[in-house]
Design a protein around this ligand. Structure first.
Ligand code: ADP
Ligand code: MG
Length: 447
């Protein structure tokens, strides 16, 4: 009757979920009201339990009413992948006999290393992620990935989880957002299941928590997170955390957590540059070709998009998806005109240009000097350095020419601007304070 049940499930979960998650389940039988299934890996058990457990139980109950629970186990003597002959350590084998209670969040099938395009702005983060995904001995703990919205943090974390599942299927890999962590913590408190909760998270081999800034200001959740974190680090278990900014810059996060997060490797995903955007667009187009085989695209369209659309990759992808859907509907070649028509609103939105005045004002505020002092003639270092920082940001964030920028800084010469920009470019590497100032200013200006 499992055969029949499977067929019913196929229609409710969809073909691809069915193939990936339901089909490989091996029905064992019912004992004491628990329907037991064998799964090839603990990771898969977690996933199925989390995502389809209720549905499977429901379907079973349609046929028989004495099943109260479903359980997914890795069989004790499960044949490993063909190439894997090393015996399992006892601890791992024993744990696989336990209930699969660890709540990992669903992983997006599209977020793998294969689909992640590497460029200058993300190469370090990518390399670090790759390293962790090998599943070798823990070398840095935690790995902290940070960067603005839509720059690939979640993508990289999912990619790590997928690859670990390949490389080390016996490991208990848990991925969840900080929000889900909090939700489960609160639920455990409410249901008086804190012991279970603690035990659950402390038996994880690799813990990934996405968007950690979410727990800032939430005191008891932070507290519990801190303990979980320490317990795992003590056991030399790998932890991977993401945030929207560097640990030290997350407001309302406890100092001891900040310093813990800084202990490992902290890498940031920089805003995408033109080359990376173009690379991402090209790889997406290659994949779209399968979906829209008859679609023609004029030269220059991708270059146009890479130039004109913001650094957020999600926005870029959304634009491309819409463009292709539209072109295939109207059965036209994707030309520049079609692109401009179809994406008029997106293009307008990403046109919000940062003005020279805005930069001058923000930089003056940041360094606590007057706007008149920034633009004025004085060469005192207290004014000159902020002035150069502002010039640098004008060059980076606006499309104004050097002479134009010079004019707006009290009629200075373009060589003065060029000198200032060069100076800051050097300091950016040598002087951590300047680097941090630039980072903060860029963020406030771009938000
Ligand atoms: P974040 O978590 O940093 O906000 P995501 O990881 O959700 O960003 O990425 C947003 C979208 O952009 C996703 O669809 C992701 O696949 C895509 N994306 C981001 N960076 C890249 C990249 N380097 N290559 C391919 N796709 C990317
Ligand atoms: Mg994310």
């Amino acid at each position: 009757e499992w055969g029949q049940l499977k067929q019913d499930l196929r229609s409710t979960v969809g073909a691809s979920n069915y193939k990936n998650w339901i089909e490989p389940l091996d029905y064992v039988g019912v004992t004491d009201g628990i329907a037991v299934f064998h799964v090839p890996t603990s990771f898969m058990g977690n996933y199925v339990s989390q995502n389809f457990g209720d549905r499977i139980l429901y379907q079973i109950n349609q046929m028989s009413s004495d099943v109260r629970r479903v359980q997914f186990k890795v069989p004790a003597n499960a044949p490993r992948r063909p190439t894997r002959t090393a015996p399992q350590p006892e601890a791992a084998a024993a744990r696989q006999e336990d209930d699969m209670l660890i709540p990992t969040a669903p992983l997006d099938e599209r977020f793998t290393f294969e689909t992640f395009v590497v460029g200058k702005p993300n190469e370090l983060a990518h390399a670090a992620a790759k390293r962790v995904a090998e599943g070798g001995p823990v070398t840095f703990n935690p790995l902290f990935l940070y960067g603005g919205v839509g720059l690939g943090k979640t993508h990289l974390m999912h990619a790590i989880a997928w690859e670990l599942q390949e490389n080390r299927p016996e490991l208990n890999v848990v991925y969840l957002s900080a929000e889900q962590f909090m939700y489960r913590f609160v639920q455990a408190l409410r249901d008086r299941k804190m012991m279970d909760f603690k035990q659950m998270f402390r038996s994880v081999d690799v813990l990934m928590v996405d968007d950690v800034q979410f727990i800032a200001g939430k005191e008891s959740t932070q507290e519990e997170f801190f303990h979980t974190f320490n317990a795992l680090v003590d056991q030399n278990k790998q932890i991977i955390i993401s945030g929207d900014r560097a640990p030290g810059e997350i407001k309302n996060l406890e100092e001891r957590i900040k310093s813990r997060l800084q202990c490992g490797l902290v890498v940031d995903l920089h805003p995408t540059d033109y080359e990376l955007r173009l690379g991402i667009l090209q790889s997406k187009v290659d994949r779209y070709r399968a979906q829209y085989p008859d679609l023609d695209m004029a030269d220059g369209v991708l270059e146009f998009l890479a130039h004109r659309i913001s650094t957020n990759v999600r926005v870029l992808e959304g634009a491309l998806t819409r463009l292709f859907a539209f072109a295939s509907l109207v059965k036209q070649e994707v030309t520049l005109e079609l692109t401009q028509d179809c994406l008029a609103d997106v293009l307008r939105a990403s046109e919000r240009k940062i003005s020279i005045e805005e930069i001058q004002r923000r930089v003056a505020e940041h360094y606590n000097i007057r706007l008149s002092e920034m633009i004025g003639p004085k060469r005192l270092r207290n004014f000159a350095r902020p002035r150069q920082v502002a010039m640098y940001l004008c060059k980076q964030l606006t499309s104004r020419s050097l002479p134009e920028i010079g004019r707006r800084f009290g009629g200075r010469d373009h060589t003065t601007v060029m000198h200032g920009v060069k100076r800051i470019d050097e300091l950016r590497i040598q002087d951590a304070q300047i680097a941090e100032d630039l980072e903060i200013l860029r963020r406030t200006l771009e938000s």
